[in-house]
Design a protein around this ligand. Structure first.
Ligand code: TDO
Length: 184
């Protein structure tokens, strides 16, 4: 079985450890195999692949798309190191507002599956980071949304101070501004 699938501490999150076959040439791994993911409860179709490069200190997030374009994401870091975080914003979830953070790098080969209904972000810990992810829905700017990275209610333990945040992300609302009935 090439990959190990470990449920995260919040239901729906999955930490995936591919089996890496190293030899004199380098290494090989399966980064996505549909049948195996389905066997482990990840049955959505992935319809878009994204790739970004960031410099040290760049923080992207916290982002989500609203229904009917809510995205599940299968994320990994191809170069450098990031701290990646998913925040549960699912309606009715007993773990609403809770987060799980994880370091991703080519050294640990770890992949992280984040289902629809979570906000997602990451910060670059190394000089550069190349970040790739598969999404279960296409980009739909009209459904784009997010929450401020430094939301006091979420109190995320970002591992770097004074991150570089885009103008768009620094104007995202706090969770409390979205109203008490807000959920994805
Ligand atoms: C996400 C996205 C952006 N774009 C465009 C819009 C904009 O002009 C430019 C940069 O977009 P952003 O600043 O939103 O890129 P970025 O901050 O990297 O956005 C990403 O952040 C991480 C944390 C996620 O979880 C992703 O789902 C996505 O929201 O790229 C697309 O054309 N397609 C896409 O799928």
């Amino acid at each position: 079985m090439p990959c190990t699938f470990t449920p995260g501490p919040i239901p729906g999150l999955v930490i995936i450890q591919p089996r890496v076959f190293a030899d004199d040439r380098g290494w090989f791994m399966e980064s996505y195999k549909k049948s195996e993911f389905i066997d482990h409860g990840i049955s959505e179709d992935f319809v878009q692949d994204n790739h970004s490069r960031s410099i040290r200190g760049v923080l992207r997030g916290l982002h989500f798309q609203r229904s009917p374009h809510a995205q599940g994401k299968l994320v990994r870091c191809l170069d450098g190191r990031v701290w990646d975080v998913a925040v549960d914003l699912r309606r009715g979830s007993p773990t609403f507002g809770r987060y799980h953070g994880i370091e991703l790098s080519p050294e640990n080969s770890t992949m992280f599956y984040i289902p629809p209904g979570f906000a997602h972000g990451f910060i670059t810990l190394s000089e550069h980071a190349e970040f790739v992810y598969k999404c279960t829905e296409e980009y739909a700017p009209e459904s784009d949304g997010g929450v401020r990275w430094d939301d006091p209610d979420l109190a995320l333990p970002w591992p770097l101070d004074q991150p570089l945040v885009s103008p768009k992300d620094s104007q995202l609302p706090f969770l409390a501004d979205l109203g008490k009935d807000f959920a994805l």
